[in-house]
Design a binder for this molecule. Structure first.
Ligand code: DPP
Ligand code: ZN
Length: 884
């Protein structure tokens, strides 16, 4: 396999001005005719034109209408090379044949439930026709689709419908024209039996846009929330960023077989149906929230990604980090900002920090890849979003907006790099942070160590900072980089102190808000290996709230006492840090108990921890969704990451133990939370209704952990009487914690009730797959044969195998059976769908974090994978890099 490097980037030597595509869709094969107006960029000599292409049957090549001689054509497995091209503009016509019905990779043109659809990002267009499949080749697309009218009544592509009509033999055609130049990864085509929910949106300049969400007829009623979310997103982007939609039509199509969540193709978004279809009886609160977020995300790409796109795939975070940041902000404005931040940071810490600490660690802008598909990662997406958030933290909201405006003003219609974004941000604010760009090139999570001291006599409070960016593969040495550290100081009553000035080195910074109000959170710019910041005029010894709102994606190590953490848990005005104080206490407790557990000593949870949680639980002034988050202990993998040798069994035992202690000590309060927060008969996914539901269901899970008949009955009652799927699944999940007859009965009952609905049965698969009950490996092996599973459908693979890997005790089973199970699936799946197979290899990558026995077992499976003949580049890259 060939590795591709950022440093080798060269601009293309041929521009493609216009592209006319003709698809003759058929059951045996599909004929694709591509007519390109080519403009050579180099003047001297007749250079060859090298086009990308995979699994294509070449029929013919014409230059300016003349058939090109075979001696000028070289076809290899990955390329079509055309020799002696004219040095003046010319027309190139290429005819190829493909077999979408046999395309199980779900890249390029393929069939899903009988309908034709496409997925071209990152490099799927090359499976449709020979082309310069790279994002800096932008062209004006016109697409003609011909197909059987009965089988495929709906024909869609990007842009505007400019012509349609009947052909002979029961066929019909449609012609779509996209007025905006675009790279081929944004191309889309859909043909099939679909119906749409239609609505309209009037833009800020008064244009009416037709919005259509296409699904199979029976699913149309389930698209209401997606449509509401789309309209909300369109309005939000106008209000917050001044960005208006630019065509008169916006289509979304839902398909059941899709590798990713969704795809932002120009004016024809294609979605995994799980992120479009929802009804109170078939989707949970979490599903509704995900739909809102992803509908927003793909819509926002219209400006951040489509109007301004990436020069090359190394720049992926330019559009993804930025668009994730935008969807996070959108969801925050629609729901609860604090809770959304907590959820996003959880995800970052659990998945991205762990990636950053392992063999697959890579910068937000990677330096190299074998398969680009492997770099649609939490680092590029979530850490990338944190980098964008840091611009906003450093420049302020207004400054950030100025930067965005300048970015669009300069680069609309262009394919650019992360430097251009950075330059727009800094230029618009007439500033420069020299060490900030390192966020794009240095991998690894910085460790920020803070020690604090108060000088009563001088009335000063000093924070000593030390930063260290750990080594990562290929990057043994790192430079200090700019970490925005947001700090608040609490007085003895728990109120925010007003901050007047801070001295750093020799310079003094005074704080005052433009509106004259006092500043209670200061953003310190930590950009040296060691640095001191001294707050002046601090009248009493404060409790410092450090890294408010998680102002930088770092691991914070501080000398804060437990007493101060309890104080912050009770008082911090920063909701994120209030939650974080509890998490820090939880992590400490779990690590301490793990040591005891490993020594075989008795476990005990101190009263202060329980009391801290009790006061949160009974505080009626708090957002109930926040309370639910505060009650949730840090995850097992988060704790594993903090141990020198991860011990999944001990961590699991300890976490279960603490959960039961909390449940038995807070029994009355938890019961009250369950009883006083019933769902309304009429389901409503908005925060107001979701919040009490989430608290009730967290409380229920705690209570059921005690495995007492009366509490089990409480959950059974909720299971039987639930009027929405959120409550039903929550009860099912609570009950399935405890092995036994009740568990088997409700699981069987649930399957019986929902077996016709794939999206719901996937939850049933996932719930069993991620279960921590002993011996679950065998159970999951059996589920592979269950009619509810189908290895060809990515959602099912994610639900069964993806979820299984999240259960540390079973995936990391001591006898290696969990590793063997996943490797078996990877090898089988790799022949069908390499992209998804590679994703299932990732959980192996942290194998060195475990004891020798587990290391040997995991390594053996990785070696078994890499030594398999005919392995895809996708799987090879992840498996071989994991072994290094
Ligand atoms: N569809 C993926 C996303 O929107 C890749 N662009 O993030
Ligand atoms: Zn995206």
């Amino acid at each position: 396999p060939k590795e591709i490097f950022l440093k080798d980037y060269k601009a293309p030597s041929f521009a493609f001005e216009t592209l006319n595509l003709k698809f003759q869709l058929g059951e045996e094969h599909t004929v694709v005719t591509s007519s390109i107006h080519v403009i050579p960029k180099t003047t001297g000599g007749k250079s060859p034109l090298v086009l990308d292409g995979e699994n294509l049957k070449l029929v013919s090549v014409k230059i300016n209408g003349q058939k090109l001689g075979d001696d000028k054509i070289t076809v290899s497995a990955r390329h079509l090379t055309l020799a002696s091209m004219p040095s003046t503009p010319f027309d190139l016509e290429i005819v190829t044949e493909i077999e979408p019905q046999n395309n199980t990779s779900l890249e390029g043109l393929y069939k899903s439930s009988g309908n034709f659809c496409t997925q071209c990002e990152a490099e799927g267009f090359r499976k449709i026709t020979y082309y310069q499949d790279r994002p800096d080749v932008m062209s004006k697309f016109t697409t003609r689709i011909e197909a059987d009218q009965k089988l495929y009544p709906v024909l869609l592509s990007n842009g505007n419908l400019v012509d349609q009509g009947k052909l002979t033999d029961g066929k019909h055609y449609a012609v779509w024209e996209d007025p905006f130049r675009k790279p081929c990864y944004l191309f889309a085509l859909v043909a099939g039996q679909l119906l749409s929910r239609d609505d309209t949106f009037t833009t800020c300049s008064g244009r009416q846009v037709l919005l259509r969400i296409w699904t199979p007829a029976e699913d149309v009623p389930k698209t209401e929330y997606a449509m509401e979310s789309l309209k909300a997103a369109m309005k939000w982007d106008e209000e917050v960023f001044g960005l208006e939609y630019d065509l008169d039509l916006f289509n979304i199509v839902a398909v059941p077989d899709f590798n990713m969540g969704a795809m932002e193709n120009k004016s024809l978004n294609i979605f995994n149906s799980k992120l479009v279809l929802a009804s109170p009886q078939t989707a949970t609160d979490a599903d509704f929230a995900a739909i809102e977020g992803v509908i927003g995300h793909e819509y926002f790409h219209n400006w951040t990604g489509n109007r301004v796109t990436c020069r090359d795939w190394f720049q992926l975070s330019l559009k993804e980090g930025l668009t994730v940041f935008r969807d996070q902000e959108f969801s925050s404005d629609m729901g609860s900002r604090g809770v959304k931040r907590i959820a996003d940071v959880c995800r970052l810490r659990i998945s991205q920090f762990s990636q950053d600490a392992g063999p697959m660690a890579h910068p937000v802008r990677p330096h190299s890849y074998i398969k680009m598909d492997n770099f649609y990662t939490v680092t590029v997406y979530e850490k990338g979003a944190e980098v964008v958030r840091m611009y906003q933290t450093l420049l302020g909201k207004a400054g950030f907006r100025k930067g965005m405006d300048l970015y669009f003003k300069r680069h609309d219609g262009q394919a650019v790099t992360c430097e251009e974004f950075l330059a727009a941000m800094f230029d618009a604010n007439q500033t420069k942070f020299p060490t900030f760009p390192l966020w794009y090139s240095q991998a690894g999570t910085p460790v920020l160590t803070a020690t604090t001291s108060y000088n009563a006599e001088a009335q000063t409070f000093t924070i000593k900072c030390r930063q260290e960016v750990p080594q990562t593969p290929g990057q043994p040495e790192k430079e200090p980089m700019l970490l925005p550290l947001a700090v608040g100081l609490l007085d003895s009553k728990g109120h925010d102190m007003s901050l007047s000035s801070v001295k750093e080195g020799a310079s003094l910074h005074n704080f005052s808000n433009p509106d004259g109000s006092s500043v209670t959170t200061a953003v310190l710019r930590v950009d040296k290996a060691e640095q001191e910041f001294t707050f002046l005029d601090v009248k009493e010894k404060p409790v410092a709230s450090l890294l408010r709102n998680f102002s930088a994606p770092v691991r914070l190590v501080s000398d804060i006492s437990d007493k101060d953490l309890f104080f912050l848990l009770a008082h911090d005005s920063d909701q994120f840090n209030r939650w974080e104080a509890g998490q820090t206490l939880g992590r400490k407790l779990m690590l301490n108990l793990v040591t005891l557990q490993q020594k075989g000593e008795k476990l005990r949870v101190d009263d202060a921890f329980i009391e801290g949680l009790r006061s949160i639980l009974i505080d009626s002034s708090l957002d109930k969704e926040f309370v639910a988050k505060a009650l949730t202990l840090p995850g097992e993998s988060e704790v594993a990451d903090l141990m020198p040798i991860a011990d999944p069994d001990a961590i699991h035992e300890v976490r279960r133990f603490i959960i039961k202690q909390i449940a038995s000590n807070l029994r009355q309060e938890l019961l009250k939370a369950v009883k006083t927060n019933p769902s309304a008969e009429l389901y409503d996914p908005t925060h107001k209704h979701r919040a009490p539901r989430s608290l009730k269901n967290s409380a229920l899970a705690y209570l059921v952990s005690l495995d007492e008949p009366a509490l089990t009955d409480l959950a059974l009652h909720q299971y039987k009487t639930a009027s929405n799927l959120t409550d039903k699944v929550a009860a099912l999940a609570a009950l399935s914690q405890n092995p036994g007859e009740t568990r088997s009965d409700v699981l069987a009952n649930f399957y019986d009730q929902y077996k016709g609905d794939n999206l719901v049965t996937n939850k049933w698969l996932a719930l069993q797959a991620m279960s921590d009950i002993p011996g679950n490996v065998e159970q999951v092996r059996k589920l592979l044969e269950h009619p509810a599973f189908d290895i060809r459908n990515p959602n099912k693979v994610y639900s069964l195998i993806g979820a299984f890997c999240s259960s540390a005790v079973n995936f990391h089973a001591k006898d290696g059976s969990g590793y063997a199970l996943v490797a078996d699936v990877v090898l089988q799946l790799d022949k069908l769908n390499p992209q998804v197979a590679a994703r299932m290899v990732s959980p192996f990558s942290r194998w060195r974090r475990f004891d020798e026995g587990r290391q040997a077992a995991a390594k053996a499976q990785l070696e078994r994978i890499t030594s398999t003949n005919g392995l895809s580049d996708n799987v090879y890259e992840i498996a071989s890099k994991s072994l290094v």
